[in-house]
Design a protein around this ligand. Structure first.
Ligand SMILES: [Fe+2]
Length: 396
């Protein structure tokens, strides 16, 4: 009897020691698969299979897992072709505009430290977010993450070409460094994690262009925002973002353009309508205006942006800075859409045209992120460099 008890005790101590030593998940990050006011999708990864991925959460901070009032189980998901499991835990029924604390993990690998996030409000409020793309894992990528997070954005719109893994399983180390950077630096001074809304780019995709969702395994298996790769997100009552695929894993026309037409019609009364995508309709890089995916964007999406009066198109891909004049019907129009880009959140800047094109208001060979402040139906855009210097502003 005594022997049996001592064996149980040793086993218990061993389990406690293991749990204490367990490193926790490899990555923890946030995205959305639905309503941004009442849900949050906590994603975490492990290097071994697990049976019981779970997130413990609640409106207050706690010392012990057992003290959190709620828990939601996830579904273990293996990443195809790698020893990597990606666990999606969609927290639902949350209060709008509320802070939540959580820990994510499983019994074998252990749990993350406590993190916190805030849901979007369901009533009008001033909202700040950041946007940019073409990042990779350069020192400047992380400098810009720090600068972006220091401004306390409520979310980030990431416009493609994040880790430059090109969909190759051999390049998962790029994603590990990118996600480590996001986890470390994309935290606000108040300690809030910054949820990501992402568009696909050519460097997420094997072959770059003209592929299918299977060709962008990290984009679809690390984030699972929507099965199709193009979707909209409502962020409070006054903001909607149309997230588009500029021909990497879905054609720009056809089903995607039909969906966009219906979605823009359905949501045309929301005050501030933005689009996020990788390849610019109005590029600042020389000699590419008539390339197929630039022309494709202008052909399939441009007339919809004009018809439904998009406020801003967030463009990327060329590793330059750009703000266009307001444009409508392929002409300068004071009531038109402004196009902001062109993706230089870390990648070395490329040269812009020697002279401004007819549609350009300002261009530069300069790394940056865009800070966007929305207040009612007014939007204020500011370009910030890796030193935190604001070097361009616009309002519409
Ligand atoms: Fe690109």
């Amino acid at each position: 009897m005594i022997k049996k008890l001592s064996t149980i005790l040793i086993l218990c101590l061993f389990t406690v020691a293991l749990a204490a030593a367990a490193p926790g998940p490899r990555h923890v990050y946030l995205t959305w698969q639905g309503d941004t006011s009442t849900t949050m999708t906590v994603v975490f990864q492990t290097l071994t299979p697990v049976d019981d991925p779970v997130v413990y959460f609640g409106p207050d901070s706690h010392e012990k897992l057992s003290e959190y009032p709620s828990q939601t189980k996830g579904r273990p998901t293996k990443f195809p072709g790698l020893n990597r499991w990606v666990h999606f835990v969609k927290l639902t029924g949350l209060e709008p505009g509320q802070t939540y604390y959580f820990r994510a993990g499983d019994s074998k690998n252990g749990f993350s430290t406590e993190r916190k996030f805030r849901t979007m409000a369901s009533e009008s409020e001033d909202v700040r977010f950041v946007t940019g793309g073409d990042m990779w894992i350069e020192p400047a990528t992380f400098e810009l993450m720090k600068q972006a997070a220091s401004q306390s954005p409520q979310f980030a719109l990431v416009g493609g070409d994040m880790a430059y893994a090109d969909g190759k399983t051999s390049h998962i180390n790029f994603w590990d460094k990118w996600l480590d950077g996001w986890d470390k630096y994309m935290v606000t001074p108040q300690g809030y994690m910054i949820p990501m809304i992402l568009a696909v780019g050519n460097h997420e995709t094997r072959g770059g262009f003209g592929g299918k969702p299977e060709d962008a395994p990290y984009f679809y298996n690390f984030f699972k925002q929507d099965a199709r790769g193009y979707f909209s997100r409502r962020l409070g009552p006054d903001i909607i973002v149309y997230v588009l695929d500029s021909g990497h894993t879905n054609p720009q026309g056809g089903a995607q353009a039909q969906w966009l037409a219906k979605e823009m019609e359905r949501t045309q009364n929301i005050k501030n309508r933005f689009a996020l995508y990788h390849v610019p309709l109005y590029p600042s890089y020389p000699g590419v205006f008539n390339n197929p995916y630039e022309s494709g964007g202008r052909k399939h999406w441009g007339p919809l942006f004009d018809k439904y009066r998009l406020k801003a198109g967030f463009e990327n891909h060329y590793h330059t800075f750009k703000r266009t004049k307001p444009l409508r019907g392929n002409k300068v129009d004071p009531a038109g859409t402004v196009y902001l880009g062109d993706g230089c959140w870390g990648r070395p800047p490329r040269k812009v045209k020697a002279q401004l094109d007819w549609y350009e208001a300002k261009t530069a060979s300069r790394r940056h992120v865009w800070l966007v402040d929305v207040s009612g139906d007014k939007v204020h855009y500011r370009a910030m460099d890796p030193h935190g210097k604001i070097f361009d502003e616009y309002e519409n």
